[in-house]
Ligand binder design. Structure first.
Ligand code: ZN
Length: 300
């Protein structure tokens, strides 16, 4: 097992690229992938102020680290959602990373600031905690981006996440989501942030390697409330297919971006954006989903 680039002893096998790398050459490969994704997809430039959403998991921590390494102007943002040990540990990991790398970070505590309990709200609405947390975080990220003058929001979504989302969207023929699924989501309104996913061609495994090789601390577990999420099942199915034909996952995703997405984009009617009657943020309804959640949270 020799490294494809330098001929030294190889450590990491990447069947979809038909390659084996040593540690140093893997880091070169990883860095080149991220740099290429940013440039090719016009995600951001060195002048931009980038807000990177960090959960404390390997993917977002790897993203935060590499963007700092590449010299970008990055600020981390973390939402503590108040889920026991998991949230406490995540915040700790993020604060210690920020200190070690002298990196600016914004930390917001959801239960304290909004006086709500995500688990209770989820039981009351019979809606998954992931979808509630997601709605709250998206709302706050748009607000913070606007208030603090950030140009773009970067998230750590990887190849496995994106391929699983795509599979789910296809299985349910979610035309609206298919039209919008992309490594770059431009801002469609001054109150909505541009969103990018610089790690969309890198797997979970590769982000894990990057984090370990760079001594980046991260929270190894998933959020305890995400158990049973359908995205986990889709990932398992895709992993099985990937074993049988390496490269299938990337081909599925990148092929969709290149060839498939445009059809959904063309077919989807332009959405009418309004301003929420309560908070003034952008929504397609009279009252935005965040304000509706807050109304219900008040009654519990
Ligand atoms: Zn609102």
């Amino acid at each position: 097992m020799r490294c494809r680039r330098c001929g030294k002893k190889g450590e990491i096998r990447l069947p979809r690229h038909n390659a084996i790398f040593c540690k140093d050459c893997f880091l070169v490969y990883y860095t080149n992938q991220v740099r290429r994704n940013i440039e090719k997809e016009n995600m951001f430039s060195p002048e931009d102020r980038i807000l990177v959403a960090v959960s404390g998991g390997k993917d977002s921590m790897a993203l935060w680290h590499i963007l700092l390494q590449l010299g970008y102007n990055v600020t981390g943002i973390h939402f503590n959602v108040g889920i026991g040990e998991y949230s406490a540990k995540s915040q700790e990991v993020i604060e210690s990373f920020a200190q070690k790398h002298n990196a600016p970070v914004i930390i917001r505590n959801i239960p304290q600031e909004l006086h709500l309990d995500v688990e209770k709200l989820s039981r009351r609405l019979r809606r998954s905690t992931c979808s509630i947390c997601g709605a709250i975080k998206r709302y706050l990220i748009n607000k913070i981006t606007q208030a603090e003058g950030f140009d773009v929001v970067a998230t750590g979504h990887n190849l496995d996440d994106e391929a699983a989302t795509l599979l789910g969207n296809i299985l349910g023929w979610q035309e609206g989501y298919l039209a919008k699924q992309s490594p770059v989501l431009p801002s469609s309104h001054p109150k909505l942030a541009k969103k990018v996913k610089p790690l969309y061609t890198l797997t979970e495994e590769e982000n894990l390697r990057y984090a370990i090789y760079n001594d980046i601390e991260f929270v190894p577990d998933r959020c305890p409330l995400s158990k049973g999420a359908s995205s986990i099942r889709y990932k398992e199915v895709l992993n099985r297919l990937e074993e049988l034909s390496p490269g299938l996952k990337q081909h599925f995703l990148v092929g969709f971006y290149k060839k498939g997405r445009k059809y959904f984009e063309e077919a989807s009617a332009p959405v009418q954006l309004k301003e929420c009657k309560i908070c003034g943020q952008v929504t397609t309804a009279e009252v935005c989903s965040f304000c509706r959640l807050m109304e219900i949270a008040k009654q519990i």
